[in-house]
Design a protein. Structure first.
Length: 271
């Protein structure tokens, strides 16, 4: 893999890049915690404007890989670039270009959603219309509500709103739909597609294979700190089928989730 060695200083005007180039480059990345090797020499690239999924069982190294790309963990060795910037040497510049939504987010409990958005806008040094941002995520009627009073789906939508407030180049989502009901889950899928449609690159982890298949342009499958395979969901499925793989299936034209949504509706509802 060719690793770009130029830094931001070599491109002071922030010249536009083609939409097909890599916005993230990971080269020989390794992270060890003592004797435990969490990430074991992985290399990959994420294309600008795609939804890229990192899949794997618990302990595979997914979250550690994300944390290094997010500048939250230093690598033991190897190199990571985000939008042409080295995550170790230019961490502050990288932070300005990314948005991070964690599995569980904590916000000041004594501030309303409007006040929280104003706080984040001040931290990012951007001007926003809090009500317009809340309207985008169907939270306008919760403007005066405290974060702790929101339902699970509302909390996830608000966390995503704060993540996108400064219009980042790349958004990192760590298991964004865990614990959500089917309506809230489908709505968040639509928001992720909308974010991608606006040109933002999305890097996400998930344990839901149907979610990865629906949302991701490409996925990397990790295990024991290594990347086993990278490809589009359909190409990986076709590759498996080409080996003669078969499983006993009783074909149904609908799933239990379809039944649930048919009986309860697809409309997003909040507790």
């Amino acid at each position: 893999m060719r690793v770009i060695t130029e830094t931001a200083s070599a491109n002071p005007e922030n010249l536009p890049r083609s939409e097909t180039d890599a916005v993230i480059r990971v080269a020989s990345l390794r992270k060890a915690f003592g004797a435990l090797v969490a990430v074991d020499g992985i290399s990959f690239e994420v294309k600008r404007g795609e939804v890229f999924g990192i899949l794997g069982p618990n302990g595979a190294g997914k979250t550690t890989t994300l944390e290094i790309m997010e500048t939250l963990q230093p690598p033991t060795s190897g190199r990571v670039e985000v939008d042409g910037l080295d995550v170790e040497r230019e961490a502050w510049a990288v932070k300005q270009r990314i948005g991070v939504q964690l599995q569980s987010a904590g916000f000041y409990p004594e501030l309303t959603l409007v006040h929280l958005l104003k706080l984040f806008a001040a931290l990012y040094n951007v001007h926003v219309d809090p009500l317009a941002e809340l309207r985008r995520f169907q939270l306008e009627d919760k403007a005066g509500t405290f974060y702790d009073k929101l339902s699970g789906g509302q909390k996830q939508r608000f966390a995503l709103a704060t993540t996108l407030l400064h219009r980042p180049v790349v958004v990192f989502l760590d298991e964004p739909t865990t614990g959500l009901d089917p309506q809230a889950r489908l709505h968040l899928w639509d928001l992720i597609r909308q974010v991608r449609g606006e040109g933002t690159t999305v890097v996400m982890t998930t344990h839901y294979m149907d979610e990865a298949e629906q949302l991701c342009d490409r996925v990397a499958i990790m295990d024991h700190g290594r990347i086993i395979k990278i490809g589009t969901p359909h190409s990986l499925i076709d590759e498996l089928l080409s080996t003669g793989f078969q499983k006993p299936v009783i074909r149904h034209e609908a799933t239990l989730e379809d039944v649930f949504l048919w009986l309860t509706g697809r409309t997003l509802r909040d507790e």
